[in-house]
Ligand binder design. Structure first.
Ligand code: SIN
Length: 435
């Protein structure tokens, strides 16, 4: 194999973006580092805004977002939905025995004062206060509209949630928020208070630091055009690719094959790589997804479900969903997407009834390829729970056009890189045009 053959489309995307972002990152680090080294240690020195030198940054819209900092502190809205970060433990030493979704988000932000007031002008919205798994798709729809509304007047938004389905909150927002301003998800693996909502802090609670860093990151504007990012334990990840890998560990969030986007080290925000969609920052239409939720009601979003693959799995699950009128099913198959004979037969029958399938793997990483026509679509490296959200939104907007669903599934947030010249004469090495 030659050196060039190692350059898979994904590697080329990542390499080019790293190159572009290195420039921006170097400039951001310079600007942010300058703030940190303020010899007087003045309050203004804590503000992580990036006053970049324009000609150091190649992406015009990205550059403008960073240089167009308002005078003074950035404005950040924190939208609380509950989870462990809002949790109350039985005592200060209890990390696992607690009630999630108890402490109001305004109190969590107040506990960061006065320090957070130096970082940003923060306002809070209590969207809900419960465990992450309790949210419905209708509530997700409303959350997107709340984020969009907040971004009309704020420089960035932080959304707090439980960590169990935080990756789904994050990817949903990534797919649906039309604004290019920063959206940062955060939460905690340990509850914040002991005894009562205003009780003493749980030993080693990670929530306060995560919230502080998430506000710092959102206010810095460094993730402009990144879509939604997920920040925990000083690391931030792309919503599409991050996943919760452990039920208890503090470093539970991992982006298995691609790694973190960057780190928040005090006021130094380091960007190691960027999601591919930042390349479209200069073109708002191309940057945005087709899923503008202001144009549809929550009721218009069809139910989609997930079926797991395993040894001699029965087909009744698929048949039952199809009979119940489910419009889309994601299979979390073995290896490169394999499903059992019974599931395969049930799938064929369901397709005949108009159900659209998205084929993914239960392995937790790696891709599923194949099938360029028909109602069984390859989900590439999307995790099943992420694929379900993309399928759901695609079905809602495609108006029954399965080819459109297929195109969106294979392009949105997952740009294919043309490795050969297209028939239209596009030279190799270009992002395929957006659908
Ligand atoms: C939840 O997801 O709401 C509970 C678990 C957590 O926040 O870590």
């Amino acid at each position: 194999m030659t050196q060039l053959e190692h350059l898979t489309p994904r590697r080329i995307v990542v390499a080019l973006l790293v190159l572009a972002l290195c420039v921006a990152s170097a400039a951001a680090s310079w600007a942010l580092g300058r703030s940190t080294s303020d010899p007087l240690g003045s309050p203004a020195g804590r503000v992580a805004t990036a006053d970049l030198t324009p000609d150091l940054v190649t992406n015009v819209a990205y550059q403008q977002a960073l240089v167009a900092a308002p005078t003074g502190r950035p404005k950040v809205t924190v939208i609380g939905t509950g989870g462990t970060i809002a949790g109350v433990a039985t005592d200060r030493g209890s990390f696992t025995d607690y009630r999630a979704g108890q402490i109001p988000i305004a109190d969590l932000v107040d506990d960061l004062r006065p320090e957070i007031d130096v970082v940003a002008e923060v306002e809070t919205i209590q969207f809900g206060n419960k465990g992450s798994g309790g949210y419905t798709i209708a509530e997700f729809h409303a959350l997107t509209l709340a984020v969009e509304k907040a971004l009309k007047t704020s420089d960035g938004v932080v959304v707090t949630s439980g960590t169990d389905t935080m990756e789904e909150f994050a990817y949903w927002l990534d797919l649906t928020v039309q604004s290019r301003k920063p959206v940062v998800m955060t939460g905690a693996m340990r509850p914040t208070a002991a005894g009562t909502v205003d009780g003493p802090g749980v030993i080693g609670a990670d929530g306060p630091a995560n919230l502080y860093n998430a506000i710092t990151l959102a206010g810095s504007r460094v993730t402009t055009c990144f879509g939604t990012v997920l920040m925990l334990g000083d690391e931030f990840h792309a919503a599409r690719d991050v996943t919760k890998t452990s039920s208890y560990r503090m470093d539970t969030f991992q982006t298995r094959e691609l790694g973190v986007l960057g780190w928040v080290d005090g006021t130094n925000i380091k960007v190691g790589r960027a999601p591919a969609r930042v390349a479209a920052c200069d073109n708002p239409q191309r940057w945005a997804t087709p899923f503008d939720l202001s144009t549809i009601t929550a009721a218009a979003i069809p139910r989609t479900e997930i079926i797991y693959g395993y040894q001699q799995a029965g087909g009744e699950g698929i048949t039952g969903f199809a009979d119940a009128g489910i419009k889309g099913i994601v299979t979390a198959g073995t290896g490169a997407g394999g499903i059992s004979s019974a599931q395969s037969a049930a799938r064929t029958a369901a397709v005949a009834k108009g159900v659209v399938f998205l084929s993914t793997t239960r392995t937790g990483s790696g891709s599923v390829y194949g099938g360029t026509t028909g109602s069984v679509i390859a989900g590439d490296d999307l995790l099943p729970q992420k694929a379900r959200l993309l399928l759901m939104l695609s079905l809602a907007y495609a108006g029954g056009d399965v080819a459109k669903v297929r195109t969106w599934v294979s392009t949105i947030g997952n740009p294919e890189w043309d490795t050969v010249a297209s028939s239209a004469g596009t030279p190799p090495g270009q992002l395929k045009p957006a659908a």
